[in-house]
Structure formats: structure tokens, C-alpha cells
Write a protein that binds this ligand. Structure first.
Ligand code: ADP
Ligand code: MG
Length: 319
């Protein structure tokens, strides 16, 4: 068992990318970071708690990946380029093996996205990890949830529902084996936030949100922030082959509309500019599907086969 100082020194110093805009990093009372002229800082934070946001006994490398990934996804939704992170760790014991694996999972994803770990805090208590991530965006160009207008089309990246099905497999609520199981479980354990794609949406998307609580709920949030109504065409929501194979069509749609932890981007584009999306596709770009549209008014409608479905069931906190 190592003390707080040893843990920080051994596992949380020099992690992530080396950036020359870090004037002072881990080891002082605060980090000093140089913000380039003409850029705005975008700050996001997310806490993940043992048993709430990841199953008990999770591989600590997966937890390290997730703790950063959920924040990268928020920055992606803002169209920001990630730069600096702080990590506040609450640990029941000074478990070195856990810290080493956690730091390795965090470090690999941080390097992949050019993020430097510049500080944090380490305390004792029930296992929880709080990450703050700072990113940069050219002044005035951040994406927000607020700009959707009637007539805009709604798009989603990738394959919603996979991660929720992966968690269901781990928890025994869904059965399945083989390559489909591995794919879905990996989509839960190792979310791949759409950071590069978020940056490319600047100047094109009228509004953007990342899907963390479920497609339907998060589209409802985007619509509410923009002061408009949204129609979600359930039949148009893409389903991965693996999800379809293990959950069946109805189950797959349920996971895709109501599951969480997707970390895909959900965004709107003015009808007249839909053709510009073609320019964003290519190697490494996520699949894109048009799944609905924005109208005047308020609220969310989910339609399948011409029938309106109740939306309430997808709300984690129904009133
Ligand atoms: P202080 O008591 O002044 O807050 P700490 O002893 O908590 O300082 O932290 C010492 C240094 O280590 C600080 O630079 C802090 O940002 C950094 N640090 C602490 N915990 C972590 C962590 N989990 N990850 C990264 N840096 C950390
Ligand atoms: Mg401290």
C-alpha cells in the first residue's frame, strides 16, 4: 500500500501527452496553462462512481479509459479540441495495482487525443473518479445545444444502443456469446468519443449534444434547449449487426432509443446544407444517419411505422 504522495509520483505524473503549453503541471499547487490568442476555453467535468457508472469488479484500465472518454465526448459535442485534464480520485485503499492499470487506461486515451494530465487530487473514500477536461475552440465557434431551427434534419453518428446492450450482457440481462457479444461488450467498456468529428461539425451543425443518457432523452434535451420540437423516426435509427443479432429488432430498438453510454454525437443540420455532410465522410469518420427532423413548437415525438410511441419510458427521471 502506497501513500498519497507515492501514488501521485508513481502513477499520475507525466501522464498523457507532453504539451508545451503546460507551463506548470503536476507537482505544484496549481497548473499553469497557456491559452492561445483567439481561442476560447471549453470546460467539462464528469464523475463516475463505482457500481453506478461501471459494474463492480471492472477492469481498472477500462475505468481509466471511461473516466476520460465521457469527458472527451462532452468536448466533442462542443466542437472543442481537448488539451488538459485534471483527475480527482477517491480510493478506498492505496491499491497500487489498481492505480497502475487505471493510469494506463487513462494515459493511452489521453495520448491518443493529445491531452496532458496537469493536476488533480487524491483522497480516501468510496471509489469515485472525477475528471475535468479543458479544451480549445476558435472564439465564437463552439457548438451548443441551442441552435436547432424548424426544418433542420437530425443526425446521429455510429451505432446507438450497442453500449447499453454490452452492459446488459455483462449484467446477465441479455444473453449472447461469440463475436457479437465481444463487440457489444467492447462498445460499453471502451467508448470511442467522436472528437475529430465534432471539430468537423463546426460551422455546419446548428446544434449538437452527445448521447450519454439515451437517444430519445438527449434529443428531447437538445430540442428543449433550442426552443423547438423534435421528431425522432425510430425506424431510421441505425442498428449494428451485433445488436440486431443478440437483441432482436424490438429489443435492439429499445436499446438504441433508451439505452445510455453511447457517446455518439446527435446533431442538427439545416436542410439546405445537408449536402455538406458528404464532405465530412471518409476514412475514420463515423457512420451518419438522418433519424428525424426539427419542427416549430416544443417536445419530442418518437414515431415508428407511422405511429407515435410514448416517450416517457425513456426518461430516467420521469416527473
Ligand atoms: P495540495 O495539497 O496542494 O492540493 P496535493 O498533495 O493534493 O497538493 O497534490 C500535489 C500535486 O499532485 C498537485 O499538483 C496536484 O494537482 C497533483 N495531483 C494530486 N492528485 C492527482 C491525481 N490523481 N492526478 C493528477 N495529479 C494529481
Ligand atoms: Mg490537493
Amino acid at each position: 500500500m502506497a501513500g498519497e504522495f507515492e501514488l501521485i509520483e508513481r502513477y499520475f505524473t507525466g501522464r498523457g501527452a507532453l504539451r508545451d503549453d503546460v507551463a506548470v503541471g503536476v507537482g505544484d499547487d496549481g497548473a499553469v496553462l497557456s491559452v492561445p490568442a483567439g481561442q476560447q476555453l471549453v470546460a467539462v467535468a464528469d464523475t463516475i462512481v463505482d457500481r453506478v457508472h461501471f459494474p463492480v469488479g471492472s477492469d481498472p484500465a477500462d475505468v481509466g479509459h471511461r473516466a476520460l472518454a465521457v469527458n472527451l465526448s462532452d468536448l466533442a459535442a462542443m466542437g472543442a479540441v481537448p488539451a488538459w485534464a485534471t483527475v480527482c480520485l477517491t480510493l478506498p485503499t492505496g491499491d497500487e495495482a489498481w492505480c497502475e492499470a487505471f493510469a494506463a487506461g487513462f494515459d493511452a486515451l489521453a495520448r491518443a487525443h493529445g491531452v496532458a494530465l496537469v493536476g488533480g487530487d487524491t483522497t480516501r473514500g468510496p471509489l469515485a473518479i472525477s475528471v475535468q477536461l479543458l479544451g480549445l475552440v476558435p472564439a465564437g465557434q463552439a457548438l451548443t445545444r441551442r441552435g436547432a431551427r424548424p426544418g433542420d434534419l437530425v443526425y446521429v453518428t455510429g451505432w446507438p444502443g450497442d453500449a447499453a446492450a454490452g452492459l446488459a450482457l455483462l449484467q446477465g440481462r441479455l444473453a449472447g456469446q461469440g463475436a457479437d457479444r465481444s463487440w457489444l461488450v467492447r462498445r460499453f467498456r471502451r467508448p470511442e468519443p467522436r472528437v475529430e468529428f465534432g471539430v468537423r461539425l463546426r460551422g455546419l451543425a446548428s446544434a449538437c449534444i452527445d448521447v450519454s443518457d439515451g437517444l430519445a432523452v438527449d434529443l428531447g434535451r437538445l430540442a428543449a434547449s433550442s426552443g423547438v420540437a423534435a421528431l425522432l423516426r425510430a425506424d431510421a435509427v441505425p442498428l449494428s449487426r451485433a445488436l440486431y443479432a443478440l437483441a432482436g429488432e424490438a429489443g435492439a430498438r429499445e436499446f438504441a432509443l433508451g439505452g445510455g453510454d453511447d457517446y455518439e454525437l446527435l446533431f442538427t443540420v439545416p436542410l439546405a446544407r445537408r449536402g455538406d455532410l458528404a464532405g465530412l465522410q471518409g476514412p475514420g469518420a463515423p457512420a451518419l444517419h438522418c433519424i428525424g427532423e426539427i419542427a416549430a413548437g416544443h417536445g419530442l415525438k418518437v414515431r415508428a411505422g407511422g405511429v407515435d410511441l410514448p416517450v416517457r419510458g425513456y426518461d430516467h427521471f420521469p416527473d
